[in-house]
Design a protein around this ligand. Structure first.
Ligand code: IMP
Length: 201
């Protein structure tokens, strides 16, 4: 089966391809010949994921596709940056400035509890399905590591001593919100591919 993934983010592509394996061929937007910045105008991850998936479904002429939207919720900041994680420090998007702003906002706050939340929207045969994955952890006081992207250098998942940016993609996938959401997607796709009348390709 083949699915267009509504992203050109190479990190997200790599993480999903690792999590999902060879059972499903994941095609990026550029591989699908779609060049479009898809806005994320809504106040929830679910609505933004839905908007991205619906846009790609339309632009591709009705192909099966999925999108994801991810946010980092920090308890001491009342859940910020949350759905604004990508543009927390404004435009143009900068991972470094976003992370610096987060550390400034947290200052010396003793409560460093945070979580990544990923929502996937799958459109299969014209029907919408949603899957969610969460990863609980802590925000460090200074960045560590050079792998990954976004807030990875300041996020240590529960059960590890390392930040995501100190892990290989494979190691990050053991803990990650994106992998957990991908697990839900894969489990669902298995139920669909087991009845081949439902899904072609
Ligand atoms: P997006 O809107 O889903 O692309 O993601 C929002 C922002 O959250 C990104 O720009 C990154 O800064 C951050 N982000 C998303 N996923 C991750 C992750 O796995 N690790 C670290 N930061 C992430």
């Amino acid at each position: 089966m083949k699915l267009i993934f509504a992203t050109n983010n190479p990190h997200k592509l790599e993480e999903f391809r690792l999590a999902i394996g060879s059972r499903v061929k994941i095609i990026s937007l550029s591989e699908a010949g779609i060049r479009k910045e898809i806005p994320e105008p809504y106040p929830t991850l679910k609505e933004n994921a839905r908007e991205k998936a619906q846009t790609i479904h339309r632009l591709s002429g009705g192909e099966n596709c999925f999108s994801e939207d991810t946010g980092l919720e920090v308890d001491a900041l009342g859940g910020e940056p949350g759905v604004n994680s990508a543009r927390y420090a404004g435009e143009p998007v900068s991972y470094t400035l976003n992370t610096a702003k987060l550390l400034r906002a947290l200052g010396d706050a003793p409560n460093r509890r945070a979580r990544f939340i990923t929502v996937i929207c799958l459109i299969l045969q014209g029907q919408e399905y949603f899957f969610e994955g969460r990863c609980e952890g802590q925000i460090l006081r200074a960045p560590a590591g050079t792998e990954g992207f976004g807030y990875d250098p300041v996020f240590v998942p529960d059960g590890s001593q390392k930040t995501f940016a100190e892990m290989s993609p494979k190691e990050k996938n053991i803990f990650s919100h994106r992998r957990k959401a991908g697990d839900g997607l894969i489990a669902f796709l298995k139920t669909q591919t087991d009845s081949p009348a439902h899904v072609q390709n």
